[in-house]
Ligand binder design. Sequence first.
Ligand SMILES: [Zn+2]
Length: 117
Amino acid sequence: MAKGRFQTGNKWRFGPDWPGQRCGAKTRKGTPCQRPAYKRNGRCSLHGGRSTGPKTEDGLARLTAARTTHGKYTKDKRAAAKRYAEQGRQMRAELAELEAWFVDHGHLDKKWRDWFK
Ligand SMILES: [Zn+2]
């Protein structure tokens, strides 16, 4: 750290003489809030001036792009994985039915799985 560059005892730059717009919300003390207001709605970050997030399509797309790491778990990918899993379950169930039929009709030994050990 550049020790000499910092001075102690400096006033906050939004001190009592600051000419800008104040938040003005009623505090728990009953006095108007003195924090600097955002231009958007005239309140500070403690009194309703915080961001509520992007609203436009473009802004949401930028947010998505910024938050996406590799895209393996997007909504579409997860839905596709669920579909594939369901297809696999159905196929295995059909195969089990076929196996039961073959075993019932004497085409397969019940211990046929032991052949592949
Ligand atoms: Zn405030």
